[in-house]
Design a protein around this ligand. Sequence first.
Ligand code: AMP
Length: 249
Amino acid sequence: MKVLVPVKRVVDYNVKIRVKADGSGADLANVKMSMNPFDEIAVEEAVRLKENGQADEVVAVSIGPVQAQETLRTALAMGADRAILITVDGPVEPLSVAKILAGVVKDEQPELVILGKQAIDDDANQTGQMLSALLDWSQATFASKLELGSDSAKVTREVDGGLQAINISLPAIVTADLRLNEPRYASLPNIMKAKKKPLETKTPDDFGVTVASRLRVIRVEEPAVRQAGVKVANVAELTEKLKNEAGVI
Ligand code: AMP
């Protein structure tokens, strides 16, 4: 079985985002970029399937600037076999990403696509669902456990208030949630080996997709600064403050 894993290059989760002075977006100048954390989990899951003998090839794919090669090299160092970069400068909305991925799926014929549940830059949580609709494949989003059979998979999903187990037929789209696994760190020898693994470059035109924006950002602003809290000595003081200062009881 071939597994395809789309990985996005995003602002590193440790970076404190600054908004551009004109409010047109986040300031990305000299900011550390990394693989989207949920995509690391997706790569880890695919590599484990290969290590268990349930998958025979893991292909990582990214849509982004040439620098997304680094993100793909990270996936290769974690254990993916080869990579495909579809070069696009500037932001690409989930629908365009899903259309390009649908083209990659037609070329590559994987039986399973594991994506992250969402990219932490735009927090869209749309690409996996859109890809499933475009391909008319089964989908299991927010996966915290994946058990693969020969022509189906049992997926445990994180839903409001608990866990839901569903059976889906293959080929399928799965999106990874936080508790699916703990991704490995790539070892130095594997980072060196990854440099020699194949990385193919394509463009959206190769898939007949135009990446024009359908959304217009009106304004981006920092969240309101939170007021510092106060410590109260006892319950009486707390109820007094809630009643007379906050006016909530
Ligand atoms: P989103 O719908 O943007 O929140 O992204 C959900 C998932 O889709 C991500 O975790 C990735 O697995 C995949 N994805 C989104 N954008 C890209 C991209 N530009 N390149 C590769 N994969 C992507």
